[in-house]
Design a protein around this ligand. Structure first.
Ligand code: ITT
Length: 198
């Protein structure tokens, strides 16, 4: 099994990536340096693609010259893009979650009938001098209420189109990953790492 080192501070992402990539023949492990998950700087940028590339550069430079330098290094950046808010919070999703939180988003949307939104993830991998990136999108709606207690982040207020009205926080990890932005982005990069045999 090929090992993929995931550079992230979010253990929920690691657990999901492990579930998505293990059946495809990859062993996902969170990268720790000196016992700590390295803190990557997230630039203020309009596009999560740009943020993911910047995070990957930092992640790769952290592994250069270490025992990890010949291994595949993965980063990922994601965000929730709400149609009626012109794509907000998008690249600012982390900050918004920490400040106004889920209830703040629901208040911003109070009385709004257009609840359309999408989750987007950009996964970027460096392996053998090559950079591979893939974007995954999950279309859905922002719920009226906070529901469910599995998952993380915005899961309790996001209803994927395929989820029959349930929020991501009401899905099993397998159900979420089979339709999620992260599921699509990681399956995409896995095919670039090892093209499927015909
Ligand atoms: P990194 O260390 O990998 O950057 P992070 O949690 O800061 O971890 P992001 O910047 O990519 O990750 O995430 C932006 C926000 O979107 C953050 O608040 C996450 O909790 C949330 N988020 C990302 N993926 C999600 C998912 O699958 N379900 C719900 N919320 C998610």
């Amino acid at each position: 099994m090929m090992r993929v080192l995931f550079v992230t501070g979010n253990q929920n992402k690691v657990a999901e990536a492990y579930g998505i990539l293990s059946p495809l023949g990859f062993y996902v492990e969170q990268l720790f340096i000196d016992g700590k998950a390295p803190d990557l700087v997230e630039p203020q940028a309009e596009e999560i693609e740009e943020i993911a590339k910047y995070k990957l550069e930092q992640a790769v430079s952290l592994t250069m010259g270490t025992e990890f330098e010949n291994e595949a290094v993965l980063v990922e950046d994601s965000g929730l893009f709400i149609d009626s808010l012109s794509g907000f919070p998008g690249p600012y999703s982390s900050f918004v979650k920490e400040t106004i939180g889920l209830s703040g988003i629901l208040s911003l949307m109070s009385g709004e009938t257009d609840r359309g939104a999408e989750f987007k993830a950009v996964a970027a991998v460096y392996f053998k001098d090559k950079i591979m990136t893939c974007t995954g999108i999950c279309r859905g709606f922002v719920s009226e209420n906070i529901s469910g207690d599995s998952g993380f982040g915005y899961d309790p207020i996001f209803i994927p189109e395929e989820a029959n009205g349930r929020t991501c926080a009401q899905l099993s990890p397998e159900e979420k990953s089979s339709i999620s932005h992260r599921g699509f982005a990681l399956k995409g990069v896995s095919e670039l790492l090892i093209p499927p045999s015909k």
